[in-house]
Design a binder for this molecule. Structure first.
Ligand code: ADP
Ligand code: ADP
Length: 233
């Protein structure tokens, strides 16, 4: 079952005078249960690819399908609803709401989507438990360290059985042991049937993936089956 497809996707940024081709004719498919790592040098298009896949920005050419639905066919409101319902996104800068506590940050997208508050908070606490910070559930964001905030952002992305989880360098603020724990969390989401796309600089983390996609200058230059996936042995 296919969760995500990029079909001949190109992305050009431009302000009229300068033009940057960030992605060029990308083809990529991610199935349910599949964990794909995206690697490549700075500026190769990794963040752009993820942002497009999450419907945060629109393609210049080509089409993106989430669970078979072409994103270009959706209105802005429908895209926002799809994001809340089916897509978990870990932003590089977390994008947490400082006036809410950790639990509320995680439960809010569920509640906006119509999940009853009690259920949403139960699911939020479970997600916080999975990322190892259930004891910080009542803390406000500015009372948390960078690494703890990053774990809240990851909890928000995995809460409520998302079909697609997109994570942009989700372990940058974490020590290596916690980073590995987070990889295990993402691996478990994939094993439970989610499609997972992880942007990472760390070859060690790519080892948790089923497949590694390498970008250079906005093109896919190589795809490899992960060699050291501890779960494939
Ligand atoms: P990566 O995540 O691999 O570092 P990005 O997707 O962030 O790559 O960037 C790819 C290219 O697109 C780079 O040349 C970057 O400067 C450019 N770029 C990314 N976002 C924008 C933007 N909003 N406006 C203009 N150029 C951008
Ligand atoms: P990374 O390389 O880790 O992806 P960047 O520093 O390239 O991070 O990008 C951070 C943010 O700035 C992204 O949202 C990206 O879209 C934007 N950005 C990157 N390059 C440019 C650019 N040349 N002009 C405008 N925005 C940019």
């Amino acid at each position: 079952r296919q969760i995500l497809e990029l079909h001949q996707v190109s992305k050009v940024y431009g302000d009229g005078t300068t033009v940057v081709a960030a992605l060029r004719e990308i083809d990529l498919k991610v199935n349910a249960g599949e964990f794909v790592a995206v690697m490549g040098p700075s500026g190769s298009g990794k963040s752009s690819l993820l942002a497009l896949a999450g419907g945060l920005d629109s393609t210049s050419h080509g089409e993106i399908y989430v669970r078979g639905t072409p994103l270009s066919a959706l209105s802005k409101a429908e895209r926002a609803r799809l994001r809340r319902r089916a897509v978990g996104y870990v932003f590089q800068d977390y994008n947490l709401i400082p006036t809410l506590n950790a639990t509320e940050n995680v439960s809010l997208p569920l509640e906006l989507d119509g999940v009853k508050p009690a259920k949403a908070q139960r699911q939020a606490k479970e997600a916080l438990r999975q990322v190892g910070i259930e004891d910080l559930a009542g803390r406000f964001i500015d009372e948390l360290s960078g690494g703890q905030q990053q774990r809240v952002a990851i909890a928000r992305a995995i809460v409520g059985d998302k079909a697609l989880i997109l994570a942009d360098e989700p372990t940058g603020a974490l020590d290596s042991v916690t980073g590995e724990e987070i990889m295990a969390v993402l691996r478990r989401r994939a094993d439970a049937g989610a499609g997972v796309v992880l942007v990472t600089h760390e070859a060690r983390h790519a080892g948790w993936a089923d497949r590694v996609v390498f970008l250079r200058d906005g093109r896919v230059v190589d795809q490899a089956i992960a060699q050291n996936d501890p779960h494939s042995l």
